[in-house]
Ligand binder design. Structure first.
Ligand SMILES: [Zn+2]
Length: 286
């Protein structure tokens, strides 16, 4: 699923390739895509609108229009935005076609079918994004924020990293890599972290997301940029889907287990398990 670095890459691509274009026609090929407004209105209001900007908030891609509205995509699991040409028209799984002036088309393709789109006015957009935690590269996001917001929680650290109301943009791939760098077990209770561990975690969040952006995203399976190219950050992963192989730091075997319901990859030797919480009724154990 596209996380912060992948959506950031797509946003930057749209700025370079699509902003300034006019949408001549919108065609919804998969009705489940459109959450709001009703499909007919969605199509009608997009027709003729000019794309004036693109931005990212958490994992949301926000395409700004000269009508004052914003086309907001959640590229869930397998969502791709592809510019045809130069990309060859995909043979299947196209959910939305935006015909642009100049003969190009911007296609939303998702082989998993989970991507969603909304066309929102200014107020609706603000409301939609209001529950999201700070952006990891914003001034608001500090070691102190991390410690204060998460440090009182007894929950396991990994599910907290994925909670978009606490921090924006981290998903399953980067969470595992961040915890590897911070040398923290994904099962550590947040309330058990030391000052030094909060600092390590904070640094790891920023450095892993920055590296992901630098490498134009992680393509484990379906992620592509707007020109259909895979990212490169998958070549830099240390633990995510590296289970069965050696930990690059200590040589022990990387394992894959469910933590907070999500497949989780970590090194049981060098990601400190001290103060770990089980998956179940850990609250009563203290
Ligand atoms: Zn290790």
């Amino acid at each position: 699923m596209p996380e912060l670095p992948e959506v950031e890459t797509i946003k930057n691509d749209l700025r370079g390739l699509v902003v300034g274009s006019r949408i001549e026609r919108a065609e919804v090929r998969e009705p489940a895509l459109v959450e709001q407004p009703p499909q007919e209105e969605f199509v009608r209001r997009l027709g003729g609108a000019r794309v004036t900007g693109a931005r990212r908030r958490a994992k949301h891609l926000v395409v700004e229009l000269d009508t004052g509205e914003a086309l907001v995509f959640q590229l869930k699991i397998g969502g791709q935005l592809l510019l045809v040409p130069p990309v060859e028209e995909p043979e299947d799984s196209v959910m939305l076609v935006l015909s642009l002036d100049g003969g190009r088309r911007l296609l939303l393709r998702d082989q998993t079918g989970f991507s969603r789109a909304r066309l929102l006015g200014e107020k609706e957009l603000a409301e939609r994004l209001s529950g999201l935690g700070p952006e990891p590269f914003s001034e608001e996001f500090t070691v102190r924020y991390l410690k204060e917001r998460l440090g009182s929680r007894r929950a396991q650290i990994k599910p907290l990293l994925l909670d978009q109301s606490l921090i924006s943009g981290i998903g399953n791939i980067y969470a595992d890599e961040i915890l590897y760098d911070a040398r923290l077990s994904p099962r550590r209770r947040a309330s058990s972290l030391s000052e030094e561990e909060w600092e390590r975690l904070y640094a790891a969040i920023r450095s892993n997301l920055a590296a992901g952006i630098e490498h134009r995203g992680t393509t484990v399976r379906l992620y592509r940029d707007v020109l259909g190219r895979a990212g490169e950050h998958q070549n830099h992963l240390r633990v995510f889907e590296r289970h069965g192989g050696p930990c690059p730091r200590c040589g022990a075997e990387v394992v894959r287990e469910r933590v907070g319901g999500r497949p989780t990859h970590y090194c049981p030797r060098c990601q400190d398990g001290g103060g770990s919480a089980g998956d179940g009724v850990q609250l009563e154990l203290e």
